[in-house]
Write a protein that binds this ligand. Structure first.
Ligand SMILES: [Zn+2]
Length: 208
């Protein structure tokens, strides 16, 4: 949000006279000072990792008003295809599926559904309602890239802090934390599969 607002001001600045541009610069400066003050006042609240917003079709998720306390899990998925193919599919009204985020092989992060809304990724309505779903471009038979682990872990760390999800990978999926789609009760899916390095991933999540 912060970056998007800045970008709008930058674009506007290209089309206006210098006086107005200077005013916008001063507004921007004040905004930055304000943000700095906020960051200093509450250093535990990190900025949200940047995402490329590609909204899912509204027929592919459930509108909700979730916040911390409503979310118990971050659920890790693998697309079985490219990240962009997943993001495009979520925009198709025929899909009837969605995930909040998709992380590409190169670490690029997309967001398709707002955190407050319930994405359809777990194949279990209770888990959908109480989780954030993150897809990863590629196949379960692939090895995952360092950039992908880093980018996803940065996002998961932020989500855990934002929503009070423990930074742990529980063997029992009834325990809150970061779990794989295959662990969701009733799941017929195997992702993220045996090539997903949970030890490495959780080390990255907890070190953020
Ligand atoms: Zn999955």
């Amino acid at each position: 949000m912060i970056c998007a607002i800045g970008a709008v001001n930058m674009r506007e600045a290209l089309h206006i006279d210098s006086t107005r541009r200077d005013v916008l610069r001063r507004i921007g400066a004040v905004g930055m000072a304000g943000l700095g003050g906020t960051a200093l006042a509450s250093s535990s609240v990190a900025a949200k990792p940047s995402v490329d917003w590609k909204p899912a079709d509204a027929s592919n998720y459930t509108g909700a008003n979730r916040s911390a306390g409503d979310i118990n899990w971050v659920i890790i998925h693998v697309v079985q295809g490219s990240a962009s193919s997943a993001v495009n599919w979520f925009q198709n009204p025929d899909a009837d599926v969605s995930a909040h985020y998709t992380v590409a092989k190169d670490g690029h992060r997309y967001q398709s559904v707002s955190d407050q809304n319930t994405a359809w990724h777990a194949g279990n309505s209770g888990y959908n309602q109480q989780s954030i779903g993150i897809e990863h471009g590629g196949y379960v038979s692939d090895s995952f890239t360092a950039d992908q682990y880093q980018s996803s872990a940065t996002l998961t760390s932020w989500l855990c802090e934002q929503y009070g999800v423990p930074k742990q990978h529980p063997a029992d999926p009834a325990t809150a934390g970061v779990i794989g789609h295959a662990q969701v009760p009733g799941s017929t899916h195997t992702d993220p599969g045996g090539n997903w390095n949970w030890g490495h991933y959780m080390d990255l999540v907890t070190s953020r």
